[in-house]
Design a protein around this ligand. Structure first.
Ligand SMILES: Cc1ncc(COP(=O)(O)O)c(C=O)c1O
Length: 289
């Protein structure tokens, strides 16, 4: 495998970072997870815009233009013969000292890995996910704003540990006010009486690109779509609930905290949205070749 690091493509074994890199020492950096479908990079410009916004929010200068970054992503896919794959784009603060001071870091390190995607088992798409609410709340917006896709994912990792310990693959995370925020690595939507709703990012959700695309697709298909604060109650009484994310795409949730959602089976509108999303993924995107 070829990895982009230090401004060029190198063999995987030579793709190394310093032990003084603040990405490693402090989780100081930002990242994106991107999908390639059918030899195209899906939502590439949107991912790059979000990466640069996250970097700006943590006062991290990315030493490449957006255009050069997009080209580097495509080149990395090309070098690894990616047709359908998953791309991890990471920007760390770079090599510094053992102290916290980010201004002592020489230069941000840009790393691009293009690999195969590890999907949820098909059985979970067919039958839906069971999730639980976890005690770990989403980061307070004035600590690390959840809109920043930072390398510091300990908040989400702790939530994931709770989910797995409870026998679930995913979980529901609330914000500091007890409102629904999102899952540990996905956004959450409800459908009730044909109206589609998701919490606004101000409630502690990452502004997911799959989320944005699904809202766009749903509106184009004639659905009413709302961004509204939600309590767990709103999900418990929904007809359908689903999660969205670059890796998971659209996946039904059929049980939350032992309350079956709707009839306890993946819903029809969710399936309709998933089909429309799959069609976009197959046909849109930046060509790799
Ligand atoms: C915390 C969190 N929420 C939501 C998402 C979904 O965002 P996207 O659809 O852009 O992948 C992700 C995925 O990266 C995430 O890490």
């Amino acid at each position: 495998m070829k990895v982009f690091i230090g401004g060029k493509l190198v063999d995987e074994k030579d793709a190394v970072v310093s032990v003084f890199d603040h990405g490693l020492l402090y989780g100081d950096g930002v990242f994106e997870g991107i999908r390639a479908y059918n030899s195209r990079v899906f939502l590439l410009d949107e991912h790059i815009d979000r990466l640069y916004d996250s970097a700006r929010a943590i006062a991290l200068h990315i030493p490449m233009s957006k255009k050069a970054m997009a080209q580097a992503v495509v080149d990395t896919c090309k070098a690894n013969n990616i047709v359908d794959g998953y791309i991890r784009l990471v920007v760390t603060r770079g090599k510094g000292t053992l102290g916290l001071n980010p201004y002592l870091c020489e230069k941000a390190e840009v790393i691009i890995i293009a690999a195969k995607i590890q999907l949820y088992p098909q059985e979970l798409y067919d039958n839906g996910l069971k999730i639980v609410t976890v005690g770990t709340i989403r980061n307070h917006p004035e600590a690390i704003n959840p809109r920043i896709k930072s390398l510091n994912y300990l908040n989400n990792v702790l939530a994931k540990i709770e989910a797995i310990n409870a026998g679930c693959m995913e979980c529901l995370m609330l914000n500091h006010k007890g409102e629904v925020a999102e899952a540990s690595g996905d956004n959450v939507f409800s459908i009730r009486n044909g109206i589609i709703a998701t919490p606004p990012s101000s409630c502690g959700a990452l502004e997911g690109l799959t989320r944005n695309k699904v809202m766009q697709i749903a509106r184009a298909a004639g659905f009413q779509v709302r961004e509204v604060p939600m309590a767990r109650y709103d999900l418990y009484v929904a007809d359908e609930v689903f999660l969205t994310g670059t890796a998971a795409e659209i996946i039904s949730v059929v049980d939350i905290d032992k309350r079956p959602i709707g009839d306890g089976r993946p819903g029809k509108i969710t399936a309709q949205l998933a089909a429309l999303y799959a069609e976009c993924a197959r046909s849109e995107g930046t060509p790799i070749k």
